[in-house]
Structure formats: structure tokens, C-alpha cells
Design a protein around this ligand. Structure first.
Ligand SMILES: [Zn+2]
Length: 411
């Protein structure tokens, strides 16, 4: 029997990023995710007390970026899917490099990242775990390969969604609702809807065609994790000469090693096989003669995208096709809002066309409402959103909680 529980957000309740949530039962405390905000400088969640286990939903840095701090301090099981650990390790190592380059203090070392590997307990969808009196069932979250939702069963059933999406994309199948009493749900897109995905894909391909036909190159800045692969799969059936540069190459290799977390191993392989890979400065020059360049970073604040942008921005025949949400204060945001970017410390105008396409991996407002209906809870706790009230307004008849960070709430 599970006793009454209480929860406390260490970060990421009223904002998107640096997520961490404690769930305390009578004999165990669980920590769900422990991430950082990869801003400039990074922002961290509140300190975590000793916990019985850390349940990791997925490998994005705002969910996993502080995990080494936990494994360094205490011998705690860190629970996640194999692909989550592999990709997280790569991102954590990269974040140390970025911190060194930028001169930020780093809360952990390479040795601490190794300690995550030693504490790792790998799980799969459908697994049932016992942690103290918590019985935890693992579900797919449909967000990126290996992403999980966790269901805690007992006197009351609690579902922690992490980031999720309910539509099928090229890369992953959408998540299904899980019937529960208490739903702790992300609300990144509260109050905002996504356009139909198939229409977005058609418009994206049509724009590339237009750019190529007028003699230009389409630059597609992408997050390395999942977005890059989704875009390459979207381009798989086209005739364009597609080049890939940046960390998305390595993530693709991880996904090829863990194809059980990908919707179609065949389609991913096919997409990667027809893509030209940049491996050298010479390759970068060759890529500039192709049709499409898919490259990191998605926010255009560093990575190989800066090289391409510098070379392509002044020719009006070229196009920058943004595929991710533009966080405030980033180059991608400034490009959309003001038509300027910062390259090598200098603010500069961009003459080429700039278009945004919504390839989000998060449920939009309508999907969130539908998901709540499918889970049929008596209580909904909204997290991971800066416009949660917009969603709460649409959930009448349910007890709806918008917790603050650093406070305990009973369930
Ligand atoms: Zn995520």
C-alpha cells in the first residue's frame, strides 16, 4: 500500500528547463530528472537532498544536465533507457567543453560523468520496478527515442510525463494516455497549437525547392538530439543533395545502435545513407555547393551552423529554415524578431530569407487537453511551462495545481 505522497519541484515547474521533482513517500524519495538551463551562463535547479533513486525521462540537457552532481554525491540508482544514457553522456561531456570555452564554472567533472555510468540502471518500456513501497511502471513518452513517462502505482496512481508528444513522427510513435488519479504533466505548449505536421512537412519541402530553384542553399539549423534525425527522415524521399554537419552525426549513430527506440529502423537507415556527411573543412566547402545543410546548433549560438550562416547570410537566394523553438536571448530568436545575429562577437544583418517551421516534439495545447481526458485523473499538476494558466483554464471540473519551485505539496 502506498501512503500519502508529497512532491517538491527543485526547478522547471513555472518555466521550461532545469527540471527536477522530488516525490516523497513513506519510505523512499524519488527524484525525477535533474537538468540545467543551457543559457549563458547556465542556470541550475535547487539542491537535491539524498534520494533512493533518480528516474531520468530523457536525454535533453534541461532534464539530465545535472545528473552527475547526484551520482558524485551519493550511490543512487539512476534509472533510464540505454539510449538515454548514451546520448546524455555525450551531451554532458560536451557541456563541460562548452563551459571551459566560455569560462563558466562547471558543477561537475568528467569523472563525475563516469560515475553516472556506474550508477545506471537500464530499463525498457513496460518494465515494472520496485523502489521502497513505490511500484513504478515505464511507458514511452513519444518525445524523442528512449523518452519515458513513469507511472507510480499504489493507493493512488501518479503519472509523471516528462516531455511528451502524442502524434506519430518519422522518428518516434506518439505516447498514449495512462489512466491515473494524479497527472503530473508538462505544459510547454499551453495556450499554443501546432499546425498539422504533414502540412508543415510539405511547406518545408516546398520552401527548400523554391530556394534551390532560385540558385540558393537551404541552411537548416537543428538540435542534434532527435530534431536532426527527424529532418533527415523528412528529406529522405526528396531529390535534394543533403549534407549533415555537427553533433547530430554522433547522435544518429547512437540511434542506429538502439533502433528498438526508433519507429522505423529501415527508414532511419535509409535517410542517413542518402545523406552526405561533413568530416573536414574541405567537406564544409563541398556542402556549400549542395542543396540543403542540416547542422547544429539549433539556437545558432555556436557549432558549425555559425560557419555556414556567415557564408550564406548575404545572398538573398539562400534561405535559413528554422525548425525549433527559439529561446529568448538566442541568435535564432534575434534572427526571427530583428533579422540580425551575432557572429564572432559582432551584430550583423542577414539578407537571405528566414522562415520558421514548427517541428516540435512536445504536445500542443489541444493534444495536452486530449491527453488529460484520456488519463482521466482527479488532479492535474502542471509543470514545465511558462503559460500554465492558459491550459488550466481549459481543464474545468478537475483539481488543477500550478506548483511553485521549492515548496512541498501533498498529493
Ligand atoms: Zn525534451
Amino acid at each position: 500500500m502506498i501512503p500519502d505522497m508529497e512532491f517538491n519541484f527543485l526547478g522547471g515547474a513555472s518555466e521550461v528547463g532545469r527540471l527536477g521533482m522530488l516525490l516523497r513517500g513513506v519510505d523512499a524519495t524519488l527524484l525525477f530528472d535533474y537538468g540545467l538551463q543551457p543559457t549563458d551562463p547556465p542556470q541550475y535547479p535547487l539542491d537535491a537532498p539524498p534520494v533512493e533513486a533518480l528516474l531520468l525521462t530523457h536525454s535533453h540537457l534541461d532534464h539530465c544536465g545535472m545528473v552527475p552532481v547526484i551520482s558524485r554525491r551519493q550511490q543512487t540508482d539512476i534509472i533510464g533507457t540505454p539510449v538515454t544514457f548514451d546520448v546524455a553522456r555525450m551531451l554532458l561531456e560536451d557541456s563541460i567543453k562548452v563551459s571551459k570555452n566560455e569560462g563558466f564554472p562547471q558543477p561537475y567533472t568528467m569523472k563525475d560523468i563516469e560515475s553516472v555510468g556506474r550508477s545506471a540502471v537500464t530499463i525498457d518500456y513496460g518494465d515494472l520496478l520496485k523502489i521502497g513501497s513505490f511500484e513504478v511502471q515505464v511507458h514511452s513518452a513519444g518525445h524523442i527515442p528512449g523518452s519515458c513517462m513513469f507511472e507510480m502505482n499504489g493507493k493512488r496512481t501518479v503519472l509523471f510525463t516528462g516531455d511528451f508528444h502524442t502524434i506519430d513522427t518519422h522518428l518516434v510513435e506518439g505516447a498514449s494516455p495512462v489512466v491515473c488519479d494524479v497527472l503530473i504533466m508538462e505544459s510547454t505548449y499551453a495556450g499554443r497549437s501546432h499546425p498539422d505536421r504533414r502540412e508543415t512537412e510539405s511547406a518545408f519541402l516546398a520552401k527548400i525547392k523554391e530556394v534551390v530553384e532560385r540558385g540558393g542553399v537551404a541552411l537548416v539549423p537543428c538540435f542534434a538530439v532527435a530534431r536532426t534525425q527527424e529532418i533527415l527522415m523528412t528529406l529522405a524521399d526528396s531529390d535534394f543533395e543533403v549534407w549533415l554537419d555537427g553533433m547530430g552525426r554522433e547522435v544518429s549513430q547512437h540511434y542506429l545502435r538502439h533502433t528498438s527506440y526508433v519507429r522505423s529502423r529501415r527508414d532511419l537507415r535509409r535517410a542517413l545513407k542518402r545523406t552526405e556527411i561533413v568530416r573536414s573543412p574541405y567537406g564544409r566547402e563541398k556542402a556549400l555547393g549542395g542543396d540543403v545543410i542540416v547542422t547544429t546548433g539549433g539556437m545558432m549560438d555556436g557549432g558549425p551552423v555559425m560557419f555556414y550562416l556567415d557564408r550564406l547570410k548575404d545572398d538573398t537566394r539562400n534561405g535559413v529554415l528554422l525548425t525549433g523553438y527559439q529561446v529568448e536571448g538566442t541568435n535564432a530568436r534575434s534572427l526571427i524578431d530583428q533579422g540580425t545575429v551575432e557572429i564572432k562577437g559582432a551584430k550583423t544583418g542577414v539578407s537571405c530569407e528566414v522562415v520558421y517551421f514548427d517541428f516540435s516534439a512536445h504536445a500542443g495545447h489541444e493534444e495536452l487537453v486530449e491527453f488529460v481526458e484520456g488519463c482521466d485523473p482527479s488532479t492535474v499538476i502542471l509543470m514545465h511551462g511558462d503559460s500554465r494558466q492558459d491550459l488550466a483554464d481549459d481543464l474545468s471540473g478537475l483539481e488543477c495545481l500550478l506548483p511553485k519551485e521549492g515548496e512541498w505539496y501533498p498529493i
